[in-house]
Design a protein around this ligand. Structure first.
Ligand code: AMP
Length: 187
């Protein structure tokens, strides 16, 4: 089974994806983590990515698509994928369809965590105290939210027509969201 979980920054995608990955033995594919690894490992693209992430902008589709294709074609991970924070643009969503088709896979469940801007701001502010991420200051948060709304809205329109699309109320408590998702995945 392959799953996509998406929603605005701070919606709790990472937490939910990790939980689902553990319970259903899936590989969590976070493009945010993959990009941060490039920065940490000081690769050529890592140097460009560092500025992009700290400005609250998006990495180019070209970079992200390249990182993702390595994983989609990995036979060990085939049909055991949960995408977290990807796709974030219509181009990425269409590219994912192409990669999945080529590797004889499909998406079985798509979850959209819908959450209010106020809730997101509160959560990210709180997270800043727990773990320091370079992109966790308020102006970056708001920029990320706006970038998200501009670029990812077409992804929502694209997937919301899919029969496997589920919108989840992301303002609920973490465990309430988890149980809702698990219930859907267990059917
Ligand atoms: P995340 O950990 O998912 O919140 O991502 C952190 C940052 O990495 C984002 O604000 C973007 O700058 C970048 N990023 C993560 N995933 C993508 C993606 N699919 N496309 C473009 N940029 C991304």
């Amino acid at each position: 089974m392959n799953v996509i979980i998406f929603g605005p920054p701070g919606a709790g995608k990472g937490t939910q994806a990790l939980n689902i990955a553990k319970k259903f033995y899936l590989n969590q594919v976070s493009t945010g983590d993959l990009l941060r690894d490039e920065v940490k490992n000081k690769t050529d693209i890592g140097k460009d990515i560092e500025n992009i992430i700290s400005n609250g902008d998006f990495a180019t589709d070209e970079i992200v698509n390249e990182l993702i294709s390595k994983i989609v074609f990995d036979p060990q991970k085939k049909n055991k994928l949960i995408f977290d924070g990807y796709p974030r643009s219509l181009n990425q969503a269409k590219n994912l369809d192409v990669l999945l088709n080529k590797s004889n896979q499909k998406i079985d469940f798509i979850f959209f965590l819908n959450v209010k801007k106020d809730t997101i701001i509160k959560r990210i502010k709180k997270r800043s105290f727990l773990e320091k991420r370079a992109d966790d200051n308020l102006s970056t948060i708001l920029k990320r939210y706006d970038t998200y709304m501009e670029t990812t809205k077409p992804v929502l329109d694209f997937y919301s027509k899919n029969p496997n699309f589920y919108e989840i109320d992301g303002d609920q408590k973490i465990h309430e969201i988890s149980s809702k998702i698990e219930q859907i995945l267990s059917v």
